[in-house]
Design a protein around this ligand. Sequence first.
Ligand SMILES: [Zn+2]
Ligand SMILES: [Zn+2]
Length: 229
Amino acid sequence: MARDPDEARYDGPVLDDLREIRSLSKAFARYFAHGAPRLLALQLGLALAARSMAGSPTLVELWILVGIVIYWPLQEWFLHAYLLHMRPRTLAGRRIDPLAARVHRAHHRAPWSAQATFLPVKVLLLLIPLNFAFWWLAMPTRAASLTGIVGFTLAAMIYEWIHYLTHTGYRPRGRWYRRVWKNHRLHHFKSERNWYAFTAPWVDVAMGTSPDPSEVPTSPTVRSLGIDG
Ligand SMILES: [Zn+2]
Ligand SMILES: [Zn+2]
């Protein structure tokens, strides 16, 4: 397969070339070969089992799920724009360069590498207890906490799936997915300062980061993000 000439800029190994995955069924099978989707699936199964033992569903839980559907796309945009694209800085003599930002830079340098596309298990292991603590403390009942965990875990799994799929060789179909696919590729190959949304293109429209691609010059730092290492 012809390689992107820019790939030579990435000095690490491409461990798993996502472009070789061309069908949805193969993409789905390969999705569960990675640590983050496996861990999230395990969490989802356990949370669903625990919720099923905590009584009948209530209206509060429906609102929790609606809240997650509204909140998640905004979280995607803000975390991508401000945390994943955060430039290293020095504060009181200490270098601040979060693991999530370092991993995201590796993802921009090697966009076809499966390994750099998924959330690192290390980051997830840090986020899972925080997420549990939030739902446990913020919700009025155990059932509501478990529903929050179920909804948030499912949202994370959908985000991971869609993001990964946009990096595979599967050709997009359907209006929504075609747009998601195109916007994410524009973010990787046109301008790293636009198209931050992963699953909800409307957030980019609302935030002013969905310009007409023909009016955006190709950024010379779209692969490196202008940072060495
Ligand atoms: Zn990406
Ligand atoms: Zn990015």
